[in-house]
Design a protein around this ligand. Structure first.
Ligand code: PHE
Length: 363
């Protein structure tokens, strides 16, 4: 009976210190659970006579009821004080939106992974560059139109005796002499992805954009390596169904030079679409609907970018013997390839840099 008294007293003391529901729950377990204090008391009954057991049993049950009642009323008090507080704990919390990378950053990641798989080293070279690396070392004569100040952003800075004017790099090809001079000697397998700048602003141009430049120099490198590498990239990036072609072109720093074209995804490379089903994916097999010219491409082909075999002068300018080594290079626009991907549906490059979250969060 003494035990019952001290148990009751101890419980009272503990109950006064309870201020939260979890604490109350623990106290309940401590006293009323199967192995709790009250059930432990029952074990003492074994040593009692039958009459004594009756009385003792009744007392324990009374204690149990008392404890249960008090726990219950404390629980009610706690809940009502919670409801009166100025916070409604049942309301959903303020969710913070997760940020994400810009869609162009994702494209850059994807492009570098594709080239890393075949052993190309990712590089990036200065955005603020010298004329020498951007033009002179690339065989571009001083009267070349790209060197006009309405084609290139020049920086108001004194000229360097050796390297000429300071400018914002207009293409990633400045990475070619930079990489040759960094390594001193082939083999070179570089993928240079960087910001590039030209003063244009329309649906397909922003003054800042990104290019990626593939550059490979070694013994016995030829056009098949160029074509094979670009073909590999196109299949990885755009999908197995896209084809490429090389179209003769002219660049100062490659000879021969090519524009690379890729089959149009909208018309499936056929150059025409069906009037009522602009989105048809299987244009070749359709013969009954009225055909119209595909507006996106030229006869089934889209321009991907420039490429060619490295001009011997370029190797020479950067200290590499063109009789011993040959190479290829290509330079494509990151935004451009990203927009040409199936299903992207972005028809104005400027949307990428207006910073409108409603556009950007769609990617
Ligand atoms: N630099 C060229 C451009 O921006 C592309 C190019 C790169 C062409 C490499 C040939 C070789 O248009």
């Amino acid at each position: 009976m003494k035990d019952l008294k001290t148990t009751r007293e101890k419980f009272q003391v503990k109950l006064t210190s309870i201020v939260s529901l979890p604490q109350l729950e623990l106290l309940k377990l401590e006293y009323l659970s199967r192995n709790g204090i009250v059930n432990e008391l029952l074990k003492d009954m074994k040593s009692l006579s039958i009459d004594e057991r009756k009385i003792y049993g009744q007392q324990i049950n009374k204690l149990k009821d008392e404890i249960a009642k008090q726990l219950d009323s404390t629980q009610k008090k706690l809940i009502s004080s919670l409801n009166q507080s100025k916070y409604d704990v049942t309301l959903p919390g303020n969710m913070r939106k997760n940020g994400s990378l810009h869609v162009v950053s994702y494209a850059i990641e994807e492009i570098s992974k594709i080239f890393e798989k075949i052993g190309f080293i990712r590089m990036s070279y200065p955005e603020v560059e010298w004329d020498w690396y951007s033009f002179e070392a690339l065989n571009m004569p001083s009267n070349h139109p790209a060197r006009d100040d309405f084609e290139t952003f020049y920086i108001d800075h004194p000229e360097n005796k050796e390297f000429g004017k300071m400018l914002l790099t207009p293409h990633t090809s400045s990475g070619q002499p930079r990489e040759m001079m960094r390594l001193g000697k082939p083999p070179i397998r570089m993928i240079n992805i960087a910001k590039t700048y030209r003063p244009n602003w329309d649906v397909s141009h922003t003054p800042m954009f990104h290019q990626f430049e593939g550059f490979c120099v070694d013994k016995k490198i030829n056009i098949t390596h160029l074509k094979g590498t670009i073909n590999y990239f196109v299949k990885e990036f755009f999908g197995e169904n896209r084809e490429i072609r090389l179209r003769p072109f002219h660049f100062q720093f490659t000879e021969p030079s090519f524009e690379i074209d890729i089959t149009c995804d909208i018309c499936d490379g056929t150059g025409y679409i069906f009037k009522d089903e602009l989105q048809t994916k299987n244009a070749k097999s359709r013969s009954f609907a009225e055909k119209i010219k595909c507006k996106l491409c030229k006869q089934g082909w889209l321009e991907l970018g420039g490429s060619g075999m490295v001009h011997p002068n370029i190797l020479k300018f950067s200290g590499i013997n063109p009789d011993e080594y040959t190479g290829w290079a290509f330079g494509f626009g990151v935004e451009r390839v990203m927009m040409m991907k199936t299903g992207v549906g972005l028809n104005d490059i400027r949307l990428l840099y207006e910073g409108d979250i409603r556009v950007l969060e769609q990617f």
